[in-house]
Ligand binder design. Structure first.
Ligand code: SF4
Length: 333
């Protein structure tokens, strides 16, 4: 990385992030279903290295601590690997290889091994961006990623750090039945209300519940509703809320950051970013097809991390050699 920076291959202005599943050296025959798996019963003194690493990583954000959901099967030989059916076809044990690249020349600026679940992959974004800032003083102006990274907390984190998210917003509020979705309502920040397409205000529901999970606002989401009498008399009701007395919509905690991402998505720069995103996908294709890293040889989180790091280093060295070929040796007469 230092050599790539010294050679001018990394400006640090535009970065892209993505993750790819790499099969672990583990299989289902040597595994336990989640109902019978008990990590507390493992004796660390008697366990092989990969199992000890699994126990050590249980509290790490990239592994055990990222989610309480247990995989359907846990491998005995490499319990930190994730049983996953994310790809079409049969399920297998895997680790996620997370790449952060500079899009100028496709140099890999950081790499991380994580559990193969979305929360862990998305969580590695913060780890890697913090690390390149600390080690190389790189702070991108824009980060490019796919929808999996467009969650409200990550967008909020990026916008707070003045990193423009060139990321499609992960939005479950879209409607497929042709009725108006949340995007059709206008946010009025000054008055803390949403304005519907017919021009009426939807105000926040403020009733106080003793149990926060039963209340209208929980997990950072605020709910806004229109007045029943207004909606009942509205000529657009069939297009807005055909099956409810009045329209309700929600606003996420980081809605401002989501709006920043939505506004960016309308720009020409965003179209360019979506094409640049292919560079990180191409690196994964190269990793698997040319370097042949379809299955890991080493076990455990550290084994996976070491292999991913070595492979990424090889890819960067290959890039350096391609852009700056060694000078031809001249034969002595
Ligand atoms: S149904 Fe209610 S919320 Fe929807 S457009 Fe009409 S007044 Fe507005």
């Amino acid at each position: 990385m230092a050599r790539c920076i010294a050679q001018g291959l990394v400006s640090g202005q535009r970065m892209a992030i993505d993750a790819s599943l790499i099969e672990a050296d583990a299989n289902k025959q040597n595994s336990t279903p989640k109902e019978e798996w008990d990590a507390a019963s493992i004796d660390p003194e008697d366990a092989p290295r990969a199992v000890r690493e699994y126990l050590d990583a249980l509290d790490e954000a990239a592994f055990g601590a990222v989610s309480e959901v247990q995989p359907k099967f846990t491998s005995h030989s490499d319990p930190a690997s994730q049983w996953t059916a994310a790809r079409k076809g049969s399920a297998f044990c895997s680790y996620s290889d997370d790449y952060l690249i500079d899009t100028d020349h496709g140099v890999i600026v950081d790499v991380e091994a994580t559990r193969s679940i979305r929360q862990a992959e998305v969580g590695s974004t913060k780890t890697m961006l913090n690390r390149v800032k600390e080690r190389f003083d790189l702070h991108p102006r824009r980060l490019i990623a796919d929808t999996a990274y467009g969650t409200a907390p990550l967008l909020g984190w990026l916008v707070d750090r003045k990193i423009a998210p060139h990321i499609p917003v992960f939005d479950k509020a879209g409607r497929s039945d042709g009725t108006w979705s949340r995007a059709d309502f206008e946010w009025d920040a000054e008055n803390d209300q949403n304005i519907c397409p017919a021009g009426h205000a939807l105000e926040q529901f403020r009733r106080n519940y003793s149990d926060p999970n039963r209340g209208p606002t929980c997990k950072g989401t605020a709910r806004y509703h229109a007045f029943k009498q207004v909606c009942q008399a509205c000529p657009s009701k069939a297009k807005c809320c055909p099956n409810a007395d009045a329209r309700k919509i929600t606003r996420e905690e980081h809605e401002d950051a989501r709006q920043v991402a939505r506004d960016i998505a309308k720009t020409r720069q965003y179209d360019i970013s979506m094409k640049l995103r292919k560079k990180v996908e191409m690196l994964f294709a190269h990793l698997k097809r040319i370097l042949g890293l379809g299955r890991l040889r080493l076990r455990g989180p550290y084994g996976a991390n070491d292999e991913f790091l070595l492979a990424a280093t090889a890819q960067n060295l290959r890039k350096l050699a391609k852009i700056f070929p060694a000078p031809q040796q001249t034969r002595k007469a």
